[in-house]
Design a protein around this ligand. Structure first.
Ligand code: PL4
Length: 404
């Protein structure tokens, strides 16, 4: 027999989102006639535009011809797509050679964890997208789980609460090798200001840390004064990598296409470039994003695609406004939902999973319990703005009938 990977044994429970799916299924079985609406998992619902589906269809049909057929491509992705991302989404702030495309931000986070190995120390925003912590645990970079605090002993948790404007007190933090930072934030919906990101970069440079910046929701920033990329900040090229995705702005959650920017200037202690090792990881354990999907990505970032992207984002943000208004009418404190598709609602004195259960069983609406994102999420609930408009309207009507 083979010994179990002891790191996996450190995880106290299953991954958050399948657990929510399990509870939804149980509720449906108990209430077969109920029409459950999801404001839970951040999963896109609106159809792709003809502009994109035509590009996908053309590429797929081309594979059936001698001229259009292609097999393995470069693991880093189409040169044209890397250039388009650098030019259109980063306005030339990063080089095409620094952009490596992939099958999504989540998968890149896992491969970055492989890149940095298990000897690194790690800091995360608390609450945060569970992959940062769970992936670090699986890699062996977390220490043991302490059930009293709900924290891993080897991970530095940076509380991000309404009381500190969702930005950690950097002066109170110990040095770590890696700092995971997500803006617009999942789950709080908070967006770091330029000044805050400048402080973070200064902190990372002073400590010789590397920031893993997750900008999966950057297209949801409508306020032009807020930074969409860490690379808008002076010095970030020497201390940050950025993961991002076509999932949320274009609806490629099922198609799968993302990218990571790893600047040439970022080096390890020994002076060797991080980009060289990132290339090594990507060429070794990844075989390139689907060639059909990359054609869809090219369509998403041409002029028509970018205009459509803005309309898709606007649609989900109108949902966010409806959810926020509903919570306001209910007298529930809420955050986010302005430059981000998540609304973070506070239920003082309540346990997140209890509120989740009430909303599911009494309103047949799925949400996400804040504690699933870290101990500082206890007492909060995350509502996702991804959904069909009619469902969001009905969900808010049902929510208004509950009292907390
Ligand atoms: C459920 C901050 C959602 N099964 O689609 P990707 O891989 O390019 O991007 C995933 C991702 C990356 N970074 C952040 C994210 O919030 C997400 C997606 N998160 C959510 O509801 O929190 C989907 C979750 C999916 C998952 O586990 O990612």
């Amino acid at each position: 027999m083979v010994a179990r990977n002891s790191n996996l044994a450190k995880l106290p429970g299953g991954y958050l989102f399948p657990e929510i799916g399990r509870r939804r299924k149980a509720c449906q079985e108990q209430n077969p006639g109920a029409r459950i609406i999801s404001l839970g998992i951040g999963n896109t619902t609106e159809p792709l535009t003809p502009h994109i589906t035509e590009a996908l269809a053309r590429a797929a049909a081309g594979l059936g011809t001698a001229e259009g057929y292609s097999g393995y491509g470069d693991e880093q992705g189409f040169a044209s797509l890397r250039q388009a991302i650098a030019d259109k989404l980063y306005q030339g702030r990063v080089g095409a050679d620094e952009v490596l495309t992939s099958d999504g931000a989540k998968c890149d986070i896992g491969r970055l964890q492989l890149l940095f190995g298990n000897q690194v120390t790690v800091a995360v925003q608390d609450p945060s997208y569970p992959v940062y912590v769970d992936g670090s645990v699986i890699m062996g970079a977390s220490g043991d789980f302490d059930s009293a605090s709900g924290q891993y002993q080897g991970i530095v948790y940076m509380p991000c609460l309404p009381e500190n404007q969702f930005f950690p007190d950097l002066g109170a933090l110990p040095r770590t090798d890696l700092i995971y930072f997500c803006s617009p934030n999942n789950p709080t919906g908070a967006v770091a200001t330029r000044e805050q990101l400048a402080q973070l970069v200064e902190f990372a440079l002073a400590n010789r840390s590397i920031i893993i910046f997750d900008s999966a929701y950057s297209e949801y920033i409508a306020d032009p004064s807020l930074p969409r990329s860490i690379f808008e900040i002076e010095g970030a090229r020497r201390c940050a990598v950025e993961v991002s995705s076509f999932s949320k702005p274009v609806g490629f959650t099922g198609l799968r296409l993302g990218w990571t920017v790893c600047p040439r200037d970022l080096v390890f202690d020994d002076g060797s470039p991080v980009l060289k090792d990132w290339n090594r990881i990507m060429t070794t354990v990844f075989n390139g994003a689907s060639n059909v999907v990359q054609h869809g990505g090219l369509a998403a970032v041409d002029d028509t695609g970018l205009a459509e992207m803005r309309r898709t984002v606007a649609y989900y943000m109108e949902n966010a406004a409806l959810i926020k208004r509903c919570l306001e009418e209910m007298g529930i404190e809420s955050h986010g939902g302005v430059n981000a598709p998540y609304i973070w609602a506070r239920f003082p004195g309540c346990k997140s999973w209890d509120v989740f259960a009430r909303i599911l069983n009494e309103a047949f609406v799925v949400c996400t319990p804040g504690s699933g994102f870290g101990p500082a999420g206890e007492g909060f609930i995350r509502f996702s703005a991804f959904g069909h408009r009619a469902d969001v309207v009905e969900a808010t009507e049902r929510l208004k009938k509950l009292s907390f």
